[in-house]
Design a protein around this ligand. Structure first.
Ligand SMILES: [Zn+2]
Length: 177
C-alpha cells in the first residue's frame, strides 16, 4: 500500500472556509451550528464505548455523540465526525471508539488510520483556528509550560487542555520557534 500523507494544508483551508461561511470570528466555535450548516443532525445519546457515529443517508447525515463524555470531548467528536463527512466520501456508517490514540501516530499513518488523523486535524483546525489563536494574546506568548494559560485557552475554546497543548505545539513548530 502506498503511504499517503495527511492533507494538512487542504484540511486547514476547508475548516477556514466553513468558519467564514458561518461568520465565526471568535471562540468558542459553535460546532453544532456548523454541523447543521453542513446538513447534519446532531443526536446525543448513550453510545457506551463508542465516542461518535456518522450516518449518511439521502435525507442528510446524522452525527451521534456519546452524551456520557465531557462536553469538550463531545465538541471534538462532533468536529471529528464532520471532518469524516467532508473529507472521506463513501462510507454509509462510521463508528469511532477511541480515535484519540491516533494523535500519537500522526507521522506514520496509512489507510484507516490516515482518515482518523485527518478527521482529528480537521477537528483541531475547526475548534482552534490558527487565525484566532494567532491573534489571541494568551496564545502568542507561546509558553507551553504555563498550565494556567493552557487552561484559560482550553476553556475559552471549549476543548481539552491536551488538545490545546497539541495545537499550540504544532503552531510553535510551524513558526520555527
Ligand atoms: Zn474517526
Amino acid at each position: 500500500m502506498t503511504p499517503r500523507r495527511p492533507r494538512y494544508t487542504y484540511i486547514e483551508k476547508l475548516a477556514d472556509r466553513l468558519l467564514d461561511e458561518a461568520g465565526v470570528t471568535k471562540a468558542p466555535v459553535p460546532v453544532e451550528r456548523l454541523a447543521r450548516l453542513k446538513g447534519c443532525r446532531v443526536v446525543k445519546s448513550n453510545l457506551k464505548e463508542v465516542s461518535g457515529i456518522l450516518f449518511r443517508s439521502d435525507e442528510g447525515a446524522i452525527i451521534g455523540v456519546n452524551d456520557g463524555h465531557a462536553p469538550t470531548r463531545q465538541r471534538f467528536t462532533i468536529a471529528h465526525e464532520l471532518g469524516h463527512l467532508l473529507l472521506h466520501a463513501g462510507q454509509e456508517v462510521h463508528y469511532d471508539k477511541d480515535y484519540r490514540v491516533s494523535l500519537r501516530t500522526e507521522e506514520s499513518s496509512t489507510g484507516t488510520n490516515l482518515e482518523e488523523v485527518e478527521a482529528n486535524f480537521f477537528a483541531a483546525s475547526l475548534l482552534m483556528p490558527d487565525r484566532l489563536l494567532r491573534s489571541d494574546p494568551r496564545a502568542s506568548q507561546m509558553d507551553i509550560e504555563n498550565e494556567e494559560i493552557i487552561l484559560a485557552l482550553s476553556r475559552a475554546y471549549g476543548v481539552s487542555a491536551q488538545a490545546m497543548t497539541h495545537r499550540l505545539l504544532r503552531m510553535a513548530r510551524r513558526s520555527g520557534l
